[in-house]
Ligand binder design. Structure first.
Ligand SMILES: [Zn+2]
Length: 333
């Protein structure tokens, strides 16, 4: 099609000239088949086109990156696992199943044939690049691939912090029997490490990822600094020595819950609710209450390991002692 084949009414010509001045003819062409028919093909550019944007690093490709203060926080997806039924695993109190089911229905959260999310997090402080938890590893784990998709060389991660010894958090520490993060100092709570590595028959994941990497680990106490700006905080209950991470940059703070937050809806809305995997359900519920209180009082950013990706937002206080998780508005860059 060429210009002389198109007969445009005068009004359309005026409109098109006006749009050209605004640089909007392409938008019109994309929006309307009629407009498309009235638009001439663009002339070949005089200079070569600029290289395409690095779409591989755009949020959504397995990671979500955001600034918090001067820190860069990158939530990584380790992928999802099928979950046939959300209850009773994610709200385990036997006498409250109807109450939990009613909440799922009220919020339109699927109770069956759904998925479980896993979200390790990287925090870049400017001095350190810290990975918190490592996903499942093996063929299911997507953390390593998504670190690369975020444009990060895994060899540049200088610190790996482990919240607790469950396989979906430590499994990514090794790949085909070798350390996945060879340059990283590995950090974990001393009591949590001790608990898992002194079992009579440690499971295969503990054997490979904790006992096998023992020499790489720095074992710390609750309240200790992981790197400047990141502090390990006691959050017992899910496991008895579980540690979460408090990150601070200027006035901006972030709580990386690990598994201390439980389920993004049931654990927040229902005081006293516990999760099937919690070692001590009552203690886990009390810890949750304390962390949610802290997050609302201090206005902290939060991320939950099993919250739905992108798993980054805030907690707000509701009437009657309940809380709600407010995911932050998605941003592509
Ligand atoms: Zn977990």
């Amino acid at each position: 099609m060429s210009d002389d084949q198109i007969i445009l009414p005068a009004a359309s010509l005026d409109r098109r000239r006006a749009l050209q001045l605004l640089g909007l003819t392409g938008v019109v062409a994309a929006a309307s088949p009629l407009a498309l028919a009235q638009t001439t093909p663009p002339a070949a550019p005089a200079t070569p086109a600029a290289p395409p944007a690095p779409t591989a690093f755009v949020n959504g490709n397995g990671f979500y990156r955001q600034k918090i203060g001067d820190m860069t926080v990158i939530v990584l997806s380790d992928g999802t696992a099928p979950l046939a039924a959300l209850l009773p695993t994610w709200g385990a109190n036997p006498d409250r199943q109807a109450e939990f089911a009613a909440t799922l229905a009220e919020y339109h959260v699927a109770a069956t044939n759904t998925v479980n999310h896993f979200n390790p997090t990287i925090i870049e402080t400017g001095k350190n690049r810290v990975l918190i938890d490592t996903g499942r590893g093996g063929t299911a784990g997507q953390t390593l691939a998504n670190i690369r998709r975020a444009g990060i060389d895994p060899a540049t991660i200088d610190t790996v912090f482990i919240t607790h010894g469950h396989g979906d958090h430590i499994g990514g520490l090794t790949t085909a029997g070798q350390p996945t993060f060879p340059q990283a100092r590995h950090v974990m709570g001393a009591a949590e490490f001790q608990f898992w590595t002194t079992q009579a028959t440690p499971n295969a994941s503990v054997q490979a990822n904790l006992i096998g990497l023992r020499d790489r680990f720095t074992l710390i106490q609750p309240g200790a600094e992981i790197v400047p700006g990141l502090t390990a905080i006691a959050s017992p209950g899910h496991t008895l020595n579980h540690l979460s991470v408090r990150a601070q940059s200027g006035n901006a703070g972030l709580l990386v819950f690990g598994d201390a937050a439980g389920h993004f809806l049931i654990s927040l809305k229902h005081r006293g609710a516990y999760v099937g995997f919690d070692t001590d359900g009552a203690l886990a519920a009390r810890t949750r209450q304390r962390l949610f209180d802290q997050a609302t009082t201090e206005g902290l950013w939060v991320t939950g390991y099993h919250f739905p990706f992108h798993a980054l937002g805030h907690i707000r206080r509701m009437i009657g002692g309940a809380f709600e998780y407010e995911p932050t508005v998605w941003n592509w860059s």
